[in-house]
Design a protein around this ligand. Structure first.
Ligand code: PHE
Length: 481
């Protein structure tokens, strides 16, 4: 059975055309006339799809095609332009030479070789005399046959002497071609082809006509060309993976601002105003805007001032706290969130970009990403912190962690995190963490709470996961990865 819905557009056209015939003498000619690719229709027939509708008989036939030499002469046999003129009675050499130009000698040579012409004395430069007019006639025929072959026409038997000559001269060669004659059977004549909808339009849907329409089904097994599609970079894939891990651990995602005030980056984090990290060697200060407003919560600013002046002595200035910077860590987002929470419990993470005025080398860039996290609750301890970090890194496949005491102005205790890297048989620093100090939590309104928090390097993780040695392999225009 012919599956009408599965026919391609061309196959339908062919079926449609065949329905209106009784017999087809040459499938090749039919294809040439109707604009079908013969090989495609040949395959359609041989697939058996038309069995019972069309009978076909294979026969081979000899055809002719132009050789390279035949292609070269551009449709005009050498000799023929002279033949045309001689037949018009133009024999004067000077005239012929003027009309044919440099091609004159080529044309003359061609006819001379068959002893059809000769140069005889006459007025001026002489006259081309015709010795054998039969050759001129033969040339006319040869030219006609040659043109027909060039145009791909099928020849009848009458051209045999011209064909022989053209072949001898090397203008054409013969080729044996398979062709088919078809007999169209009654089953095809009575077949209802109908209309098949190949494109479902909004009109069809809105009007409800799709209910009646024969819809062409998708062939999900059809061969399709490979498409070079876009895909996320390694870094984006890592971000997605890490985001999933934290979401599955019940964390909510938070975000902040790349341009921040020193207040949120340093002062709210109990970092003294003369701390070395605040110097221009480490932090990018903005020229425009040079300052940002301090928080509207004046009491917050007041509490921060008090805790700084009480612990570090000297004078805490709003001018220093107002300076606009590119955030140097994402703990700014955490500080803002703690202030919002005002003592409520929660678990938050962010994966965001930070900026530091670092010397750029194979493992350092002036901008990178941090995986920030904070848990606000009761009775959280160093054990809690190590538990969260161990669980997180295990999800990524880092089984072996080490923690090392360190110092941050805003956490106590503080732990650096190292992950074992089998290829180099070393522990590599992957992050920093700790429990926020009272001096930080109290001004933000979370003095009753305990917290664990961390800031981890995203690029470090990506480099370890994908065995990358240079940051420039991970980031930037080189996308071999
Ligand atoms: N902000 C720290 C850094 O940039 C990381 C950190 C976050 C440490 C939270 C402790 C707590 O390295």
């Amino acid at each position: 059975m012919l599956d009408l819905l599965q026919l391609t557009g061309k196959q339908r056209q062919f079926v449609d055309l065949s329905q209106h015939q009784q017999t087809v003498a040459s499938l090749r000619s039919l294809c040439a006339q109707a604009g079908f690719d013969f090989n495609f229709i040949n395959g359609f027939l041989r697939s058996g799809a038309l069995d019972g509708y069309v009978q076909w008989q294979e026969h081979s036939q000899q055809t002719w095609v132009l050789t390279a030499k035949g292609e070269e002469v551009d449709g005009v046999l050498p000799g023929f332009p002279l033949v045309e003129r001689l037949l018009q009675g133009i024999g004067d050499r000077a005239t012929l030479q003027a009309e044919l130009g440099t091609a004159f000698s080529l044309n003359y040579g061609a006819l001379r070789r068959e002893q059809a012409v000769d140069l005889v004395d006459g007025d001026g430069e002489g006259v081309v005399a015709v010795l054998k007019s039969s050759v001129l006639g033969a040339y006319q025929q040869r030219q006609g046959v040659f043109k027909a072959i060039a145009a791909g026409q099928v020849l009848d038997g009458s051209a045999s002497s011209s064909l022989e000559w053209l072949q001898q001269q090397g203008y054409i060669v013969s080729r044996v071609e398979t062709d088919y004659s078809l007999t169209v059977l009654p089953a095809l004549h009575t077949l209802e082809l109908g209309d098949v909808v190949t494109t479902l339009t909004s009109d069809l849907i809105l009007s409800g006509q799709w209910r009646q329409a024969d819809l062409k089904p998708y062939d999900i097994h059809a061969e399709v060309p490979d498409v070079a599609y876009g895909r996320p970079t390694i870094l984006t894939q890592c971000i997605q993976r890490i985001r999933d891990i934290f979401l599955n651990m019940g964390f909510d995602e938070m975000s902040g601002y790349m341009v921040e005030s020193a207040f949120w980056n340093f002062d709210a984090l109990f970092t003294p105003q003369d701390h070395p990290a605040r110097e221009v060697q480490d932090t990018f200060y903005l020229a425009n805007p040079q300052t940002l407003p301090l928080p509207e919560d004046a009491a917050l600013v007041q509490r921060v001032r008090q805790v700084h002046e009480a612990n570090y002595g000297g004078q805490w200035t709003e001018a220093e706290a107002s300076r606009a910077i590119l955030r140097a860590h994402t703990t700014t987002s955490t500080a803002r969130r703690l202030h919002q929470l005002q003592g409520k419990d929660g678990k938050y993470f962010s994966i965001d970009r930070v900026f530091r005025n670092e010397t750029v080398d194979r493992t350092h860039l002036a901008e990178f990403h941090q995986i920030e996290g904070v848990v606000v609750g009761e009775l959280l301890s160093v054990r809690t912190l190590m538990g969260y970090l161990t669980y997180f890194y295990e999800r990524l496949g880092f089984k072996d962690l080490k923690f090392k005491p360190t110092y941050n102005p805003y956490t106590e205790p503080s732990l650096e995190v190292f992950a074992y890297h089998p290829p180099s048989d070393r522990y590599i620093e992957v992050g920093n963490s700790g429990l926020f100090r009272q001096e930080m939590l109290e001004p933000l309104g979370c003095g009753e709470k305990s917290t664990v928090a961390w800031g981890l390097g995203l690029e470090r993780i990506a480099m370890l996961l994908y065995g990358i040695e240079k940051l420039s392999d991970l980031i930037g225009p080189d996308i071999k990865l």
